[in-house]
Design a protein around this ligand. Structure first.
Ligand SMILES: Cc1ncc(COP(=O)(O)O)c(C=O)c1O
Length: 448
């Protein structure tokens, strides 16, 4: 243990440790000033303080066993009933999970086990995924031994139902669409995909992890939002993240099925364990109670009116940003439905623009196919839209006058990665990146 400063003979003073944490935290990306465009969903300081209090009341409890903590059982049931109503599923039944990826994993496992029980002739189940779905679907297919069948998206970045139909085989158990998808923020033609699924007697999952708690309120505000939920015949399940645009604490999502019968295939029970008969609704064993309590508290605090106000603020920021981005000569990719979108340039190296923005303190995700920068807009961005656009104008002017910037910094790295035809090299690089992620830095180093 001598090499580690963590396992010392004597513990340290807790106040000084907390000070160290605060100091390190301050040196991370400044999400609070709206400098990040993903990862953090901040409604207001007041709401964040409220979330922390709600979470900490349930800090030590465990939602694994509903009998020990009946209050948690009722919060979860309340949240699921509220979601069923929001998504127009009078019979809808689901569970809470720790996040979008777990909700997606549960849906994939549910369709696999449903097919095992109802279509025993299928020994090698397949699910059809547009290439734009979140990688959690690929991960789930990998974990649960389901074959992913990929469908390209069209020039509008939406999947073409005709292309999906061509890929349906006697092994297909479900189709997936997103509302909206992450890369360009566009919504797949859910009604047509669901009709197809219904005709073929297979499942249709809608990934509304991003849109679940935004699109219904935008629709109420008069935006043109196509139906994406259980009101569409043939939609059999939905994932929606409370910890994204639901503005709950991290570790909260829901997965809902059209009815209880389908949900049954999500559950896991074990009868012979000497520790007692065991039943678990989702992937995790211990389930943090704080995120359930905080999600319940969030619904109570905002009500419909609060979510409508948030949606209005988010869309007003989005419009200002998109107008400003176009004004400096950059292009919005596709036709994003809400507040998640990408922008690019047909003239400049957009990755070099990202580098310039990074020098000015902005943390922006870079993406590929096409090369673009990605923004997910929240109320945290309200005070900084003008500053962002001013910096973007400067960044664009700099890159325009110095095209050689494409050969430097991250621009060079991302540019090179995009050009490597052998994608296994990229995989190798990513595996190495994961190993390095867990290498210890000497204390005090590894911080910017
Ligand atoms: C469309 C979509 N689905 C699923 C996820 C996965 O959510 P999580 O990061 O909570 O696992 C994300 C995350 O950004 C997403 O954008």
């Amino acid at each position: 243990m001598a090499t580690s400063e963590i396992w010392q003979k004597k513990g340290k003073d807790r106040d000084s440790i907390l000070k160290t944490l605060e100091e390190h935290h301050r040196r991370d990306s400044d999400w609070h000033s709206g400098k990040t465009w993903s990862l953090v969903y901040h409604a207001s300081d007041e709401h964040t303080e409220f979330l922390k209090k709600a979470y900490s009341i349930y800090f030590h409890q465990n939602a694994l066993n509903p009998n020990a903590f009946p209050s948690l059982k009722s919060y979860e049931a309340d949240i699921l009933a509220a979601c069923a109503e929001l998504f127009h599923g009078p019979q809808a039944a689901g569970t809470m999970t720790s996040g979008g990826s777990e909700s997606i994993m549960m849906a994939v496992k549910t369709y696999r086990d449903w097919a095992r029980a109802t279509k025993p002739e299928i020994t090698e189940p397949e699910i059809i995924f547009p290439v734009s779905v979140h990688p959690a679907f690929d991960k789930a297919a990998h974990y649960f031994s389901v074959k992913p069948v990929w469908v390209p998206v069209g020039p509008d970045f939406k999947v073409d139902p005709g292309e999906v139909e061509k890929r349906i085989t006697s092994n297909t158990i479900a189709i997936v669409g997103s509302a909206p998808q992450y890369p360009q923020g566009v919504i797949d033609p859910i009604d047509e995909l669901a009709a197809l699924a219904s005709r073929r007697g297979i499942g249709m999952h809608v990934d509304a992890c991003l849109g679940g708690f935004l699109l219904p309120f935008l629709k109420k505000l008069g935006h043109d939002i196509p139906a994406f939920d259980f009101s569409v015949p043939g939609v059999t399940s939905i994932s929606a993240d409370l910890h994204k645009y639901g503005f709950a604490a991290k570790g909260a999502s829901v997965v809902l099925y059209r009815d209880k019968d389908l949900r049954r295939f999500q559950f896991f029970v074990s009868t012979e364990w000497p520790g007692g008969a065991f039943a678990s609704p989702s992937m995790t064993g211990t389930r943090p109670a704080g995120s359930i309590a905080a999600a319940w508290a969030t619904f109570q605090a905002f009500g419909e009116e609060g979510y409508l106000r948030l949606a209005e603020e988010i869309m007003s920021n989005t419009r200002r940003l998109q107008d400003g981005i176009r004004k400096v000569g950059l292009e919005i990719v596709g036709q994003p439905i809400a507040s998640v979108f990408a922008f690019t340039s047909s003239q400049l190296d957009i990755y070099a623009v990202a580098d310039q923005m990074q020098l000015r303190g902005w943390f922006i995700d870079r993406q590929q196919k096409p090369n673009a920068l990605h923004l997910m807009v929240t109320p945290a961005h309200t005070p900084i839209v003008d500053q962002f656009l001013k910096d973007l104008e400067e960044a664009v002017t700099t890159v325009r006058s110095m095209p050689s910037l494409s050969n430097e910094g991250y621009a060079a790295l991302y540019g090179m990665m995009a050009q490597i035809p052998d994608r296994s090299q990229i995989s190798k690089f990513l595996y190495q990146f994961m190993d390095e992620r867990y290498e210890r830095q000497p204390q005090g180093e590894g911080f910017p």
